[in-house]
Design a binder for this molecule. Structure first.
Ligand code: PMT
Length: 336
């Protein structure tokens, strides 16, 4: 199975493979070449000063069969990612939105809630056509107007499985790497920590006649490590940390920062994530961002606060990089 990062005494199936080995053993998604070309063209159209953000959103699936009928999924609906993408667009960013197919998307997310149907917003207009019900018109018009306005600044790339996500993440960050400090990587997707390697998976639908099913899943390597170190070392990297046990959240967020050496961890708890998050940075106390239940009911998304604060920190990071480059250039120019 290639290089492993755990002790050699461990049984092979318990070792965590290294990220390159993961790519050698799994198939790239069908949209990889399309995504490469589309992202390269999109980045090329942004000129040299517009800030860029890659927003990852939604959950990855983990197939149980190569001809997949069943898979393991997670709870993420893509609310955080899609709401954040809207905020970045409004702040002037070019947004690459890497999202789970059929999860929530910027500006249409209010109309994709699972309990509702698009027809609930419409009515026959009496002349053989369709119109929006009066009570929804203002809100829909606002969403549609923003969508039309920001469409040229937005490129959406879909994934479904863990493997699709990882191949696309690597491809896109490698294309973004030369844009350096001007680009933020905002990794809000809920990425699986466990998978079944393709060669250990059932080829065809697992048969129920065989009785109870026992699954053995391998650990997925943490892709933040190569992303920060090798794929896009100058970009501003924000990862997310989700826990259910409040005691674990702060120590694990701090540990992630130390381990991967990136810039910010947005720490959140499953049950309070819509109104409370902490921004964790090295050497500083965690910064709590919180909105009230009243604000939430009035339609204020906490992503407005998260994105505003991160964009501010990103500007500082970009200016610090520009200053460092200017002094290096000045030193070069002054050299005999
Ligand atoms: O979509 P919503 O319903 O709005 O929910 C939003 C959210 C709770 C999913 C989001 O706010 C969030 O916390 N996303 C990260 C969830 C997660 O995967 O946490 P983690 O602790 O398992 O991973 C931490 C970081 O490591 C993540 O940035 C992830 O991209 C990265 N990771 C994870 C697994 C893996 N194999 N490699 C990784 O690099």
């Amino acid at each position: 199975m290639g290089a492993a990062v755990e002790t050699p005494s461990m049984p092979e199936e318990c070792r965590v493979i290294d990220p390159d080995t993961y790519f050698d053993h799994n198939r790239p998604p069908a949209n990889l070449q399309w995504a490469h070309d589309a992202v390269a063209a999109f980045v090329g159209r942004q000129g040299s000063s517009r800030p860029i953000v890659l927003v990852t959103s939604g959950g990855t699936t983990v197939p149980l069969e190569n001809n997949t009928v069943r898979f393991v999924d997670n709870f993420s609906a893509g609310t955080r990612g899609s709401a954040s993408a809207e905020q970045f667009l409004e702040l002037g960013y070019a947004v690459l939105f890497l999202y789970r197919e059929q999860s929530l998307q910027p500006f249409s997310r209010q109309y994709s809630q699972r309990s509702e149907c698009i027809f609930d917003y419409l009515r026959p207009d009496g002349h053989g056509g369709v119109s929006v019900k009066a009570e929804y018109t203002a809100k829909m018009l606002d969403g549609l107007t923003k969508y039309e306005k920001y469409k040229p600044q937005l490129l959406q790339v879909a994934f479904t499985t863990l493997s699709d996500y990882l191949f696309l993440l690597r491809e896109i960050t490698l294309i973004l790497a030369p844009t350096g400090a001007r680009t933020m990587l905002y990794l809000a997707a809920a990425v699986s920590d466990f998978f079944i390697p393709s060669h250990s998976m059932a080829e065809h639908k697992i048969q129920s006649g065989a009785g109870a099913l026992t699954l053995r899943m391998n650990q997925v390597p943490k892709f933040l490590r190569p992303l920060v170190k090798n794929w896009a070392p100058s970009c501003f990297v924000v990862s997310f940390k989700l826990e259910t046990d409040p005691e674990l959240l702060a120590p694990k967020a701090k540990h992630a920062l130390e381990k991967y050496g990136h810039h910010v961890v947005v720490a959140n708890l499953l049950n309070t994530r819509k109104w409370q998050v902490w921004l964790v940075t090295r050497g500083q106390d965690p910064c709590l961002l919180q909105i009230s239940q009243e604000q939430l009911l009035q339609g204020h998304d906490i992503e407005q606060d998260i994105v505003a604060e991160l964009a501010r920190r990103h500007r500082e990071y970009t200016s610090a990089g520009a200053l460092a480059n200017a002094s290096a250039d000045a030193a070069l120019a002054a050299a005999p």
